[in-house]
Design a protein around this ligand. Structure first.
Ligand SMILES: C[S@@+](CC[C@H](N)C(=O)[O-])C[C@H]1O[C@@H](n2cnc3c(N)ncnc32)[C@H](O)[C@@H]1O
Length: 228
């Protein structure tokens, strides 16, 4: 799967180049963050799904979450940055790892029991978010869980010129719109919590969501068996 819009001016191109250049510096920085929400939401999958479940991590980065999930599940990681995927492969050799842009990744309908997306969807242009939520819904089996950090403030799309030393693209909806889009995709929103933290002295806030594809929902397979 080839990331699309890789020109230097595109949001996806900026994100790819940024995380490729950051390499292991992203993980070193993320280890300094004080929020425990990522671990808490990883734990929700670990407790909520059966051993051997199929779990997808969208924007897996260097694979810290994948490593925890792999203790109990069969895991797949997707990331737009080849460098981050290489780091994840070194850390979790058992994982299936794919270099791909998440909104153009393709998986069979109903093939995952759980999907995680921590600190990654906020790098995707927000005009794509509703469609991405619908695709995640289709990739989940009925009863499957989606855990993610989303934006909680309105950010139509901008480039921060010096984010950890590289230009970086961010785009997201406010919390209320995110709740509406998640429900609009068909999910039951089980939990949504806003958390404001500091990143390098700057206030940043996320909406942490736990959503479920309703157990009674109908699994529709496309003719090719893959839902795009
Ligand atoms: C802030 S890091 C988060 C990494 C990891 N989820 C974590 O919790 O530490 C964001 C990751 O998402 C990836 N990413 C950003 N936009 C993406 C996209 N459109 N498709 C796939 N991966 C993307 C980046 O390359 C990066 O590795």
């Amino acid at each position: 799967m080839v990331p699309r819009q890789q020109g230097p001016g595109s949001g996806f191109g900026i994100v790819t180049q940024g995380y490729d250049r950051l390499g292991s510096a992203y993980e070193e920085w993320s280890n300094t963050l004080t929020s425990s929400k990522r671990e808490m939401h990883t734990e929700i999958l670990l407790r909520g799904l059966s051993p051997g479940s199929q779990v997808l991590d969208l924007g897996c980065g260097p694979g810290q979450t994948l490593q925890k999930l792999a203790e109990k599940f069969t895991v797949t990681g997707v990331d737009i940055s080849e460098t981050q995927i290489t780091l994840a492969r070194d850390r979790v050799p058992s994982a299936t790892l794919i270099v791909a842009e998440m909104t153009s990744a393709s998986f069979p309908a109903g093939c995952f029991d759980g999907v995680a997306a921590f600190y990654s969807i906020t790098h995707v242009p927000r005009s794509e978010h509703a469609r991405l939520f619908r695709r995640i819904y289709r990739w989940l089996r009925p009863g499957g869980l989606f855990v993610a950090s989303l934006g909680s403030r309105d950010e139509p799309g901008s480039i921060e010129q010096d984010w950890l030393g590289v230009p970086m693209y961010f785009s997201h909806w406010d919390a209320q719109t995110n709740r509406r889009l998640i429900s609009g995709a068909g999910f039951e929103l089980l939990r949504d919590v806003e958390e404001a933290t500091e990143e390098d002295g700057q206030p940043v806030s996320f909406l942490w969501v736990v959503a479920r594809r309703p157990a009674g929902s109908t699994l529709l397979r496309s003719s090719g068996g893959r839902m795009r």
